[in-house]
Design a protein around this ligand. Structure first.
Ligand code: HEC
Length: 225
């Protein structure tokens, strides 16, 4: 954004500057109004359902296809240690140094409060894929931000692995795979093999019984450029 100080010293009347500012504000303003309305509605729904004891409402926040997605990264020492670093660098302000949802910002974020990862039921509530979606896009109607512009895909899967160790002390000791709490209904990601690349193709006509292509004739003569 360049400086426009000359506007204020030029002959441009002040009223015109005011109109310009109002116009620019109106551009973002309408979109912002829509966003606020959407977030307010979703927040009311989230809190209203939870007040009735319906914790499962959160599944509506995630695409159903994510429900059965298991973390594609193994919980190696690298993954867990890196996940812990991601957590300590980005998440403790809200989720707390103990992962209990009591970070310094919690006093301003109480509706809903940051998720308490020491609670084993919270771990059972989310599949890996749902955690991934929550971290990638944030959670609408709550203060959980979207991290898609900040963390890489692997950062998100690593921190998901690490979060699973929090109830068993992964935050205070070196996290290890045997500390992990797993979510219930897991299915591994289904990979569809690319058939055309893997299946041998019949030889093209005229290339001989072996299927080896006859080398193309080498052009003779001088190439002029
Ligand atoms: C600005 C505060 C804030 C920060 C920073 C934050 N979170 Fe959250 N997070 C929340 C809140 C609030 C919720 C609870 C949402 C709810 O009740 O559904 C939440 C929920 C979650 C959930 C579960 C989804 C859910 O609906 O409860 C996961 C997983 C999560 N956070 C991971 C992270 C990770 C990983 C980071 C760091 C990369 C992070 N959060 C940083 C506020 C924050």
């Amino acid at each position: 954004m360049p400086q426009f100080s000359y506007y204020y010293t030029s002959d441009l009347p002040n009223a015109e500057i005011g109109q310009l500012v109002s116009y620019v504000q109106s551009l973002g303003g309408r979109a912002a109004d829509d966003r606020v309305a959407r977030q307010t509605t979703l927040k009311q729904k989230l809190l209203g359902e939870r007040a009735k004891g319906n914790q499962d409402i959160i599944h509506e926040w995630f695409p159903t296809t994510w429900r059965n997605v298991k973390n594609p990264l193994d919980a190696t020492q690298r993954s867990l240690l890196h996940g812990k670093t991601v957590f300590l660098t980005n998440c403790v302000g809200c989720h707390g140094l103990q992962g209990d949802g009591k970070g310094p910002a919690e006093r301003w974020i109480n509706n809903p409060t940051p998720r308490n990862f020491t609670d084993i039921n919270a771990q059972y509530l989310f599949s890996d894929g749902e955690m991934y979606d929550a971290i990638l896009y944030g959670v609408d109607g709550s203060s959980m931000p979207a991290w898609g512009d900040i963390l890489t895909v692997n950062d998100i899967w690593d921190v998901t692995n690490f979060l699973r160790t929090v109830p068993k002390g992964g935050i205070n000791r070196e996290p290890t795979a045997d500390m992990m709490v797993s979510a219930p209904d897991y299915k591994p990601i289904q990979l569809t093999p690319i058939q055309t690349m893997l299946t041998p193709q019949p030889p093209a006509p005229g290339t001989g019984a072996t299927g080896q292509a006859t080398p193309a004739a080498v052009p003779t003569g001088t190439v002029t450029r």
